[in-house]
Design a protein around this ligand. Structure first.
Ligand SMILES: *Cc1c(COP(=O)(O)O)cnc(C)c1O
Length: 478
């Protein structure tokens, strides 16, 4: 192809290209349940297919598109597949996919009010919807959409530190549990805390932070002349779905004047369930909450969210006034989201949450989440009744941990670890289901995270039966 210095296509070319893209996405939505959720390959294999220098000359766009459709997009795990039970699946939804496409197509700059007032307004509106769900004050409260939960946690911890410690945080100490998500540790390291400023508090037998040990740690730190400033609680631990004793942590934070951050990246969406406010009781007492719409709010990647009890905490932490932004400042009720977080140039993330909630209604989201909670309980029941399976952590916020442990055998812990590791490896090798292990109380266990509303009980049964068959074969071999 000749050089194309304006990087543009004709109207007809754009339409042909665009329809092809839409057809491919629709086809994927229609057929993904029949595809395999698992794909893996080595660096060597990928290099062989794709490694090249940047081409000086372009080629026919539809050829490039075909290559991507045929050779790139098929080489990935499918996180929205009904038999992808691992990590945290991303069920997604088509309306939000197209909302994201629109936001990209119009290249909306969601940084300053004057650049895109409606985009800022929709972010305010959708943040308010979330504040309302979590019973945080909607007048004073605020928040911001981020790339994901990791960035939301980072934004929260920068804000907490700024509010509680100002510029001197040399003696500041932060508290979390051994089940707190790793992104918090990454954030703590990113903002320059030393290892000595972090207390990792053990959890109890049900994986909740030990309140007694937490209180002890704070008291000892005060005696040593240190400055406790923040506790991170978890509402929906990624491993087990466990919710920390939020009310008790809130009480400590109040007494000790500490910031209460709740990482609800995984579990936050459960607030929509029938008994959601009971399951997440105490979440309304947080100073800041991380939720992750690209998990159980069914949004495509990337979308995280930080909510705060007082929006001024964000602007006080992140506002900088360089000369080149002079002209785009509005009055104070007109929010410039670049003043509420780290990014200046931001994509229009609010649009997908807005359009999908408007289209399906909260009612649909509520039903989808209730369904996941009940299917996880049903799975637990059926595993408990089997003589081959043992529940290690019961269905909690859609997550269940279990292991192959046939009653008549009395296998050693080491043998059970090996067996369950092998079952996971073999089921993934069949490419039929994505089911990985985790480690709980030193035991290797299988973990299912059941947040996909298209996962049926029959899907789960098939996977467990296949695992059981593998397990039985394995013990026959010896
Ligand atoms: C997934 C998750 C995160 C990280 O969120 P990303 O969107 O992956 O960056 C943080 N905390 C918890 C509890 C999570 O489950």
């Amino acid at each position: 192809m000749k050089a194309n210095p304006t990087l543009s296509l004709t109207k007809e070319e754009m339409k042909t290209y665009g329809y092809k893209v839409i057809d491919a996405i629709v086809d994927h939505f229609e057929t993904q349940n029949q595809k395999s959720p698992v794909y893996n390959a080595s660096r060597e294999e990928m290099d062989k297919l794709f490694l090249e220098q940047a081409p000086e000359k372009g080629e026919d766009g539809t050829k490039v598109l075909d290559k991507v459709l045929n050779e790139v997009l098929d080489k990935t795990d499918i996180l929205s597949h009904p038999k992808n039970y691992s990590f945290v699946p991303g069920p997604s939804n088509y309306v939000s996919v197209l909302a994201d496409t629109l936001a990209t197509g119009f290249n909306v700059f969601s940084g300053g009010w004057v650049n895109a007032p409606a985009a800022a307004e929709l972010e305010i509106v959708t943040i308010n919807w979330l504040l309302n769900l979590f019973k945080l004050p909607t007048k004073k409260g605020g928040g911001i959409f981020t790339s994901g939960g990791s960035m939301a946690n980072l934004t929260a911890l920068v804000t907490a530190r700024r509010q509680k410690c100002g510029d001197d945080f040399s003696k500041a100490v932060i508290y979390l549990s051994d089940q707190t998500h790793s992104s918090n540790i990454k954030a703590i390291r990113t903002i320059g805390f030393k290892k000595e400023q972090v207390r990792i508090i053990p959890t109890d037998l049900e994986f909740r932070v030990s309140i007694n040990k937490l209180k002890n740690a704070i008291a000892k730190d005060r005696l040593a002349g240190l400055k406790p400033f923040c506790i991170i609680g978890t509402a929906g631990a990624t491993n087990t779905g466990t919710v920390d004793p939020l009310n008790e942590i809130a009480k400590i934070c109040k007494e000790e004047k500490l910031w209460f951050h709740i990482d609800a990246a995984y579990g936050g969406a459960v607030i929509l369930a029938k008994n959601g406010s009971k399951l997440l009781n105490g979440i309304q007492k947080a100073d800041s909450i991380t939720v992750d719409p690209h998990k159980w709010f069914f949004q495509p990647y990337e979308m995280g969210c930080l909510l705060v009890r007082n929006h001024k905490w964000l602007s006080k932490t992140f506002t900088e006034k360089p000369e080149y932004l002079r002209d785009i400042e509005g009055n104070t009720s007109e929010i410039n989201f670049y003043d509420h977080g780290i990014q200046l140039t931001r994509r229009f993330r609010a649009l997908k949450l807005y359009m999908s909630i408007k289209t399906f209604g909260l009612e649909s989201f509520r039903k989808a989440i209730d369904y996941s909670l009940s299917i996880a309980e049903k799975t637990e029941d059926s595993l408990r009744k089997s003589k081959y399976w043992e529940i290690v952590s019961p269905a909690t916020l859609g997550i269940i941990n279990f292991r192959f442990n046939p009653i008549e055998y009395n296998f050693s812990e080491k043998k059970l670890d090996e067996l369950n590791q092998k079952i996971s490896e073999e089921i993934i090798n069949t490419k039929e289901a994505m089911l990985v292990t985790t480690v709980l109380q030193k035991q290797v266990v299988l973990r299912m995270c059941l947040i996909n509303p298209r996962t049926s009980f029959a899907d789960i049964k098939q996977t467990i039966n296949a695992c059981e068959k593998i397990g039985k074969e394995l013990i026959k071999e010896k």
